[in-house]
Design a protein around this ligand. Structure first.
Ligand code: FCB
Length: 453
């Protein structure tokens, strides 16, 4: 294969999130988050674990930065934990919480690593959940207050901001299926939550711009490109609904097109919405949600193949075709072309000026061999094959500006616990020792060459 070179200013990064790596769940004035509460509830996490300690990154951040630097990482996407900064959800600031992120940012800049900060990666203060969390409209004001505090303190040094990570997961997994915190199972609540997340995004954009002069601001959505299993009308309809509820529901209003009418009708039929309109929407919300941003962050892992037989009964099966020849340990199909199709669709249908792949990666449990080496061949080829189509997309004119591997290191994979390992760095949770996997060594070379051999 000949060399595939990326554009000169292409950003090579890696990503994590606060609850998944930090630990220190009740240190230095941090309050309880909905994920602390959820993980501490019996039966919610597959292996019965919690993020209490996780990768102990709260204490090991300097070592982690040094490791990133040794791997040539140019940019690090991490999230700030709201309950560390505003323990009451709003009001008094916990300086110790802010100081942690301030040191982290300074450490990154000193290592020549650009911080990409996600302001919400799911760890809502439990006190706000007690008032209804994302289902209640006042959350929007609290979120804006929190964003104002963070961006006022870090905005001089951080110039890349992501308002939210994956509103679909917050809304649907948190409030409809209940597999994620806060564990609610109520379709109507899920749609209200989705709306308030989107609204809070739009309301926060001007505040970020004000506090962080010259910054780039965007939001990260997760997408699962879908296709019907056969050409039958029933399968097509299952595909249409899936694409609508997963992908279109979130991107449409962000780009000025409100919620897709076909899915509104489906939700009315399901009893999630009343027949006479969207109860949680105020007319001016549309404009707020569609406030222009500088980029769209996309998280891509796999595709879905929709068949009318399984769509209603088994979302997991539908989501990630379990009959696929190549699957990761999550049971997700390895399908690099899905990334290409997604990039193309987003660019042509929504005219997005700039796209970052803010997450892409694979869970494989390969661990250290007797010599301490982690030969994670399957992750390496997953990353290589996805980067190959990313390169092809750029060649074809799609404004893809950067790529962040999920994840920098193994971590707490939400309701799946620690068994799922996405890291390019292995974490031994007993000793907290980090071991660089082969995929990380390979990525280091990719970055050095700004391309693939
Ligand atoms: C995404 C999340 C991220 C991680 C990966 C595997 O949905 O944003 O935190 O769990 O999936």
């Amino acid at each position: 294969m000949s060399k595939l070179t990326f554009p000169e200013n292409f950003i090579w990064g890696t990503a994590t999130s606060s609850y998944q790596i930090e630990g220190a769940w009740q240190e230095d004035g941090k309050s309880e988050s909905i994920w602390d509460r959820f993980a501490h509830t019996a039966g919610k996490i597959e292996d019965g674990t919690t993020g209490d300690v996780a990768c102990d990154h709260y204490h090991r951040w300097a070592e982690d930065i040094a490791l990133m630097k040794s791997l040539n990482i140019q940019s690090y996407r991490f999230s700030t934990a709201w309950p560390r900064i505003l323990p009451n959800g709003r009001g008094p600031i916990n300086q110790a919480g802010l100081d942690f992120y301030s040191r982290l940012v300074d450490g990154l800049l000193a290592a020549n690593i650009t911080p990409f900060v996600t302001l919400y990666h799911w760890d809502l203060p439990q006190v706000l959940q007690d008032e209804g969390g994302w289902t209640a409209r006042p959350i929007v004001e609290s979120y804006v207050e929190y964003v104002d505090v963070v961006t006022r303190h870090l905005g001089d040094r951080v110039k890349h901001w992501i308002t939210h990570n994956e509103p679909w997961v917050v809304a649907i997994m948190g409030h409809e299926s209940g597999e994620h915190a806060p564990g609610i199972k109520d379709g109507a609540a899920a749609l209200a939550a989705a709306h308030h997340v989107l609204l809070s995004h739009g309301a926060a954009v001007p505040i970020i711009r004000q506090n962080s002069v010259g910054a780039e601001v965007g939001i990260t959505l997760n997408f699962v490109p879908a296709e019907p299993a056969t050409s039958s009308i029933a399968d097509f309809n299952a595909y249409r609904f899936f694409d609508g509820f997963f992908n279109r529901w979130f991107i449409s209003p962000l780009y000025g097109r409100r919620y897709p009418a076909d899915i509104v009708a489906d939700y009315v039929a399901k009893g999630y919405l009343p027949p006479d309109g969207l109860p949680f929407v105020q007319e001016e919300d549309w404009q707020t949600i569609a406030t222009p941003t500088d980029f769209l962050g996309i998280n891509y892992y796999s595709r879905a193949i929709l068949s009318a037989d399984t769509a209603e009964t088994d979302l997991e099966k539908t989501l990630f075709s379990s009959v696929a020849p190549e699957q990761t340990d999550m049971g997700w199909e390895v399908y690099p072309n899905g990334l290409y199709n997604l990039l193309q669709r987003l660019y042509f249908e929504y005219q997005i000026p700039k796209i970052y792949i803010t997450e892409n990666g694979a869970s494989y449990s390969d661990g250290p061999d007797e010599n301490g080496r982690v030969a994670d061949k399957r992750r390496l080829s997953y990353l290589r094959d996805h980067l190959t189509v990313a390169h092809q997309a750029i060649q074809n004119g799609i404004p893809l500006a950067g790529y962040f591997v999920w994840a920098f290191m193994d971590n707490f994979e939400w309701n799946r616990g620690y068994k799922q390992r996405f890291g390019i760095v292995w974490v031994d949770y007993e000793t907290q020792q980090r071991t660089i996997k082969d995929s990380a060594l390979w990525y280091k070379e990719v970055i050095a060459r700004n391309g693939l051999e």
